[in-house]
Design a protein around this ligand. Structure first.
Ligand SMILES: *[C@@H]1O[C@H](CO)[C@@H](O)[C@H](O)[C@H]1NC(C)=O
Length: 317
């Protein structure tokens, strides 16, 4: 009976702001950002799918990243837009659980995919002769499938253990989506074990990915510095500039979130940092790649102009 009561109950998300005057502004800003995110990431996926020049591990993983970003913002932003518009801030028990589950699973997958992408650049720049044997297609698919399934399986446990807690203190989630820490605060039982489990597992995934990414870039930079000609240096480095920008944006948000003086906790600040990695990063990843990476830029241009030629042709007939 207890469990039944829980699952039929609804949570209330505090939302972005309680100020009614800001709601229309937020709605428009987030709608535009969401449209840009969806369009940009779909474009990257389509371009990698269709362009023969982009049939390499680096771009396959970029396409994975775009899929993650697309899903990541889709688990949060549409619900946010709806509740801003209708002013109904409640979310069902299952809606909340689903949101948290995908948020966790996709977040972990993104972290590992970024590390694999850094490793891929390391092999390409530091061991170019062995690139095709080390990053062969079979191994890449295995890595990708492994990463996705590991995170989606692992997150079942966290979602399950979180939503088993009795949320007896309150049903008001002090955030704009269902995230673990604010949910823990709604429980009147001890959540220390849950918190420790989350921090250990998140710490392992996050730290391993971060170290792998960092090591790859240290090796890349050392190798690039050893190249004598400056054009050669530029050429070697140009393939990883966009990835390095994406990585910096991602870890920048995480570091901003976690490395801060103790006791300076503030809900408002947490919310603004969360906006950074739930809305802003997924939007900028495809933009960075389509601006800084020459191959992607050309392919996107080709695709768009190809489409418009096609529509012009059909228009004339
Ligand atoms: C993800 O990466 C793998 C391995 O490179 C690739 O086979 C797969 O097609 C990618 N998936 C998407 C959706 O891009």
């Amino acid at each position: 009976m207890e469990v039944l009561n829980e699952t039929s109950s609804r949570f209330t998300l505090i939302g972005l702001s309680t100020n009614p005057w800001l709601q229309p502004l937020y709605f428009i800003i987030f709608l535009i950002m969401y449209i840009v995110t969806v369009t940009g990431n779909l474009l990257i996926i389509a371009v990698v799918r269709t362009e023969p020049k982009l049939q390499t591990p680096m771009y396959f993983f970029l396409s994975n990243l775009s899929l993650i970003d697309l899903c990541f913002s889709s688990t949060i932003v549409p619900k946010l837009l709806m509740s801003t518009l209708t002013e109904d801030k409640t979310i069902s028990f299952w809606g909340c659980a689903t949101q948290m589950y995908f948020h966790l699973a996709l977040g972990g997958t993104e972290c590992i995919i970024l590390a694999i992408m850094a490793y891929d650049r390391y092999v390409a720049i530091c061991h170019p002769l062995h690139y095709n044997t080390i990053m062969n297609l079979q191994r890449c698919s295995l890595l990708s499938v492994g990463t996705w399934s590991l995170n989606f399986l692992n997150s079942i446990y966290y979602a399950y253990s979180t939503f088993q807690l009795p949320f007896c203190r309150s049903k008001n989630v002090n955030h704009y989506f269902c995230e673990m820490p604010p949910l823990f605060r709604l429980s009147c039982t001890e959540t220390l074990i849950n918190e420790i489990a989350v921090y250990i597992s998140g710490g392992i995934v996050g730290l391993c990915s971060f170290v792998l990414t960092l090591l790859s870039y240290v090796h890349i930079i050392l190798t690039v510095l050893r190249i004598q000609s400056s054009t050669g240096r530029q050429k070697a480095f140009s393939t990883c500039v966009s990835h390095l920008s994406v990585v910096s944006l991602y870890y920048g948000a995480i570091i901003f979130m976690y490395l801060r003086p103790r006791g300076s906790y503030s809900v408002d600040r947490d919310r603004s940092v969360a906006i950074l990695y739930t809305v802003v990063t997924p939007m900028f990843n495809p933009i960075i790649y389509s601006i800084r990476n020459k191959e992607v830029k050309q392919s996107v241009r080709k695709m768009i102009s190809g489409r418009s030629h096609f529509t012009m042709l059909t228009f004339h007939h």
